[in-house]
Design a binder for this molecule. Structure first.
Ligand SMILES: *Cc1c(COP(=O)(O)O)cnc(C)c1O
Ligand SMILES: [Zn+2]
Length: 409
């Protein structure tokens, strides 16, 4: 039987302590998230990029670089290999000749949280987990509840009262153990931490289990594969907990080590945040290694309302190492960009994704992005999950038999 995964162990990026991946692990003793390491030399001998390209269109095509040993433990809804499309009309408006969308709007559960859920739940199943708990701003809870249902794992999900209604319903329909909290995701986190401590359930909070990153890193593999095993110049990512940006950076390093892409050529990674919640931007501006808790955070881009991320030091490190940057976008700019993308290109992007377009526009105006550079905006979810961000005014209601030529607008 051919080897499915080449996972080797877990490693702390802060103190370098290593851990066994065959047992349940959460954070390092020192409090840092753990990263998954692979036997990359063996992967190199075992598989080529050309071979991967011939496999089925799901993120599991990269299974050698994912943590699950046995294919039968894979919990999948066919997620991954989402479109990378060039946006010429929007590009000419922004004076960007090579503007792309990586569109996670068309993935099971309606957001890219599905990637982390598929890989995270599969590994949890392999490890024999029966119950997990997590705080969420909505999309992660929805995805994890749905995949947990498929894997026969009980999912306890705690989300803020004002998280998008649809995510509540996704948890409920999946038979998840849903709880609402009159507070922020950080408050939900405290409730979950207490349950984990008292009842010993598996903590699936962002970065408190090591495998969600592995799911999200596949966006990095896909972007590079879709560009013909080349890296673009800039990738803009709507940053909350930062798992995606940490994952994409990890994927680039792995592909360099595998010899699949040029060494030392990085895409400049951009962490995009909302002005109402910009702890990473504040830290980056000061050149700091960690962020500070962002008080009273608020934004309609719910997925990036994270006042303090556990992996902030990893996000900031990826920005410094790739000569990227961090930028904050106002609610007005973000909603204007959302309208612009839909009306010019037909993509109804989520508010988080819209922020990356507003950021591309601004960074182009500032000259930080050059006209001919290849730029990827990551749309992390479907706009249709957030109907309340679109306001409609002045639509006329017809009576049967009315004429459209005479009806007033
Ligand atoms: C969670 C989420 C984000 C932020 O993702 P992180 O990897 O935690 O930074 C962005 N967009 C959407 C739609 C999300 O649900
Ligand atoms: Zn450590």
């Amino acid at each position: 039987m051919t080897q499915f995964s080449f996972i080797s162990h877990l490693e702390c990026p802060k103190c370098n302590k290593t851990y066994d991946e065959k047992q349940i692990q959460q954070l390092c003793e020192c409090g840092s998230p753990l990263l998954v390491r692979y036997n990359l030399e063996d992967v190199k001998k075992h598989v080529t990029p050309e071979e991967i390209q011939r496999r089925s269109a799901s993120l599991w095509r990269y299974h050698e670089l994912l943590p699950v040993h046995n294919e039968k433990d894979v919990v999948t809804l066919g997620e991954g290999l989402t479109p990378l499309e060039k946006l010429d009309k929007l590009g000419s408006t922004y004076e960007l000749d090579n503007l792309y969308i990586k569109d996670e709007g068309i993935i099971p559960t309606g957001s890219f949280k599905t990637r982390g859920a598929s890989v995270g739940i599969s590994k949890a199943k392999e490890l024999g987990v029966k119950q997990l708990a997590m705080p969420t701003n909505g999309n992660a809870g929805a995805a994890w509840a749905l995949y947990a249902a498929k894997a026969n794992i009980k999912a306890t999900i705690v989300m803020p009262l004002d998280a998008p209604q649809i995510t509540r319903k996704e948890v409920h329909i999946a038979g998840g153990d849903l709880h609402l909290i009159n507070g922020l995701i950080s408050d939900a986190g405290k409730v979950v931490a207490q349950l984990v401590q008292d009842a010993g359930v598996y903590d699936a909070s962002t970065l408190k289990e090591p495998y969600r990153i592995e799911g999200k890193k596949t966006m990095g593999y896909e972007i590079v594969e879709q560009f013909g095993w080349k890296v673009p110049d800039v990738i803009l990512y709507p940053t909350g907990g930062g798992v995606g940006i940490i994952g994409i950076y990890k994927a680039i390093l792995e592909m360099q080590a595998l010899g699949w892409i040029e060494k030392d050529k990085f895409p400049r990674l951009v962490a995009v945040q909302a002005e109402g919640c910009a702890p990473i931007v504040d830290a980056w501006k000061k050149g700091e290694k960690e962020s500070k808790f962002f008080e009273d955070s608020t934004t309609c881009a719910f997925g990036i309302n994270v006042p303090k991320a556990l992996g902030d030091f990893l996000v900031l490190d990826s920005l410094y190492k790739t000569e990227g940057c961090a930028i904050a976008i106002s609610e007005q700019e973000l909603l204007a960009a959302q309208k612009e993308v839909a009306s010019l290109e037909g993509n109804f992007v989520c508010p988080e994704g819209a922020a990356t377009f507003a950021a591309a526009k601004k960074l182009r105006e500032q000259g930080w992005i050059k006209q001919e550079e290849h730029v990827v905006c990551l749309n992390t979810g479907a706009g249709i999950k957030y109907p309340e961000t679109v306001e409609i005014e002045g639509v006329n209601t017809l009576q049967p038999g009315d004429s459209l030529l005479t009806s007033k607008r």
